[in-house]
Write a protein that binds this ligand. Structure first.
Ligand SMILES: Cc1cc2nc3c(=O)[nH]c(=O)nc-3n(C[C@H](O)[C@H](O)[C@H](O)COP(=O)(O)OP(=O)(O)OC[C@H]3O[C@@H](n4cnc5c(N)ncnc54)[C@H](O)[C@@H]3O)c2cc1C
Length: 320
């Protein structure tokens, strides 16, 4: 088969974590027989080296800035040039600001189908098949492509990035990004963030509507701080204005896969589970023994959180 091209993004001058996850997904397809893995990135040698160490056999280097969010037209011209050079029939990108713009544009240019927000990819009868959630997270759909070119965006954290292998060898060549950019980004504003990023945290302490009171989040933040983690929230809590939407976990929020996910006063609706079901250990604190989160948890404390969380904080402090 002709192979898979991933569109790599950068963050802080390095390859973004989601792009390493794309390489893991592409390498898994290659292991099933989907052909070689290549990558296109806007930037220089160091980025190419990282991509090769994580599974790319060929890296196409586009001009700096060509794959910045908001640059879909330039980005598309770089990706189209790389795809043609690689002969790839599958193009993967993250479900990011760039991916959300780029995938439909590429699909239009290539007369191909785009499957957005995929959580699994496999080969069925030699052709890629993707899994994505539908009906607001209440069901999953398996989709395949009729044409010979496939575009997909992949949800962050749905794949684990491979460990880098410094002995891997690959080739690098340049591609142009010569399309006229009709959209101009005039400013970007980073969301305020303190401490560990929710998506990167190994411990996430999340609160829901069951807290009954926004001030209870201070308690959760204290516990998360003691455990070296981050604080998240359910959509119900965010919609009530109790916690910033940027910290929402779930289908329409962030996806997290920490070692420990502590759900406090969260019922476990399917849309919330869609963002944290990949956590290694789920612990629920909930008054309702039949709550979905209690059933999904490895350990559950069926009790009022006001009794449990302060005791937990004292117990963690006593460990120091
Ligand atoms: C299209 C769509 C997308 C959505 N996306 C998301 C999303 O990304 N993320 C998300 O979270 N939701 C999302 N939702 C909303 C989701 O369906 C639920 O409504 C929401 O997750 C419920 O939040 P909750 O568990 O905090 O509240 P509730 O469902 O009200 O649950 C509160 C829980 O707290 C427990 N409780 C109450 N008091 C206490 C106490 N004192 N001590 C301990 N436990 C207590 C209760 O037993 C209950 O289990 C989405 C919905 C739709 C339709």
């Amino acid at each position: 088969m002709p192979g898979t091209l991933i569109v790599a993004e950068t963050s802080g001058g390095e390859v973004a974590p989601v792009s390493l996850e794309l390489l893991a997904a592409a390498s898994a397809l290659a292991a099933e027989g989907a052909g070689p893995v290549s990558a296109v990135v806007a930037g220089g040698e160091a980025l190419a080296r990282t991509l090769i160490e994580h599974g790319a056999e060929h890296v196409y280097a586009a001009p700096e800035g060509a794959l910045d969010p908001g640059c879909a037209e330039r980005g598309a011209s770089a990706v189209l040039a790389a795809r043609e050079a690689a002969g790839a029939d599958t193009v993967l990108m993250g479900q990011t600001s760039l991916g959300r713009d780029l995938a439909p544009l590429l699909a239009f240019r290539l007369r191909a189908g785009a499957a957005m927000d995929c959580v699994a990819l496999t080969l069925a009868d030699g052709r890629p098949r993707a899994t994505r959630s539908c009906y607001g997270g209440n069901a999953v759909a398996e989709v395949s492509w009729r044409g010979d070119v496939r575009i997909a965006t992949l949800k962050a954290k749905a794949w684990d990035a491979a460990e880098p292998d410094a002995s891997r060898q690959g080739e690098t060549s340049a591609v142009e990004a010569d399309a006229e950019q009709r959209v101009r980004v005039i400013a970007t504003e980073a969301a305020e963030a303190e401490g560990v990023r929710l998506e990167d945290a190994e411990v996430v302490v999340s609160g829901g509507r069951g807290l009954g009171d926004p001030s209870a989040f201070a308690m959760l933040e204290e516990l998360a701080g003691l455990l070296g983690g981050a604080t998240g929230a359910s959509r119900a809590a965010c919609d009530l204005g109790w916690y910033p939407p940027a910290q929402q976990v779930g289908l329409t929020g962030k996806t997290v896969t920490p070692a420990l996910y502590l759900a406090v006063g969260i019922s476990g609706a399917s849309q919330h589970m869609a963002g944290m079901a990949g956590s290694k250990n789920i612990v629920a604190i909930n008054r309702d023994p039949d709550a979905n989160m209690v059933r999904a948890a490895r350990f559950a404390v069926v009790e009022d959180y006001k009794k449990v969380v302060p005791a937990l904080i004292e117990a963690v402090k006593a460990l120091d």
